[in-house]
Design a protein around this ligand. Sequence first.
Ligand SMILES: [Zn+2]
Length: 127
Amino acid sequence: MKPYNPMANMKAYANLYGKPKKKRKSVSSAVKYKRWENESHVCHICHKRIPSLDAAELDHVRAHTKGGATMRWAHRSCNRIKHTKGLVAAQKEMNTYKPKKRKSKRKPRMKRTRQPESLFSPPNWKV
Ligand SMILES: [Zn+2]
């Protein structure tokens, strides 16, 4: 009888199933639920509210395949659109693209202290 050879076993496994792939970390439902409780329910792709956990998905801001690890909430549907195109392209398609604002070096303008119409209709004035 041959002695047990673990390496031969590994080779047989590799031949059958191919090399073991790097496992993708899945977010457990408990983690999802906790994040859902603690975070604002706004889709990071379209910037709209997400009505329920069922409609929400944790999305990699940077694609997982590109090494992204930060996860944000997104609509299931938005995530599908983003998946193939990338965040900016998806946002442009949905007209939700907001370029990051740069700090302007101009001096801030003086703010008007009072809007002219507020003289005639105070905010809590009931009709
Ligand atoms: Zn969305």
